[in-house]
Every structure is written in structure tokens, then in C-alpha cells.
Design a protein around this ligand. Structure first.
Ligand SMILES: [Zn+2]
Length: 112
């Protein structure tokens, strides 16, 4: 009984049961985001310097696969895509040429 009073908790070391590295939570870096009260948040910070609540917006996809996935998700019809715009410009040029040829034919009856 006397032993329990002197050291109520056994000192533990090593990895946590969750697999996270051990460490003193009170010595972790602190989030310095400004709260509604105007004070610093002071929650434990992640690698980006902010806590889980103030982590900020996503920085977007980084891999080519992720970028393509986002492109597919945000494309509605592709009507104004780069490829479709180029195709439309080609057809317009072709129609202009045809109109020019038709105009030349109707004036002289021959193609110059
Ligand atoms: Zn915070």
C-alpha cells in the first residue's frame, strides 16, 4: 500500500498503443491561429504549424493521377475545353474559306 502512494503510476516508455510515436504532448509545437477571443489557439500543432481545427485549406492534388481525377470531376461538358475551342476555330476558318470561294464564284463564275 505504501508503495502505491509513492508512485501511483508506473512510468511507461516506447510506442503508444495507437502506433503513434511517444512524446510529451505539453512540449509539442503550438498552433498560433487567432481565436474569436483574440488569443492564440494553443492546440498541439501539426507539421504545417496549425492544429487540426486551423489546418487551412487543401493545397490541391499533386500527382498527375490526382490532377486528372479532379479535372474529370469538375468537367461538366467540355464545350469550352482547349481541344474543343481549337476544333471550333478550325471549323470557323474552314467556313470563312468556303464563303470566300463562294463569293468569288458568284462574282466571276471562276475560281481565282
Ligand atoms: Zn488552432
Amino acid at each position: 500500500m505504501k508503495n502505491m502512494l509513492e508512485s501511483p503510476h508506473e512510468t511507461r516508455s516506447g510506442w503508444l498503443k495507437s502506433g503513434n510515436p511517444p512524446g510529451d504532448l505539453s512540449s509539442a509545437a503550438r498552433c498560433e491561429a487567432k481565436t474569436k477571443r483574440g488569443t492564440a489557439c494553443m492546440c498541439p500543432a501539426m507539421a504545417n504549424g496549425r492544429c487540426r481545427l486551423h489546418g487551412g485549406l487543401s493545397t490541391g492534388p499533386k500527382t498527375a493521377e490526382g490532377i486528372e481525377k479532379i479535372r474529370q470531376a469538375t468537367t461538366k461538358h467540355g464545350r469550352y475545353s482547349k481541344q474543343n475551342n481549337a476544333e471550333t476555330a478550325d471549323y470557323r476558318k474552314l467556313m470563312e474559306d468556303c464563303r470566300g470561294i463562294l463569293a468569288a464564284l458568284s462574282c466571276n463564275g471562276t475560281v481565282e
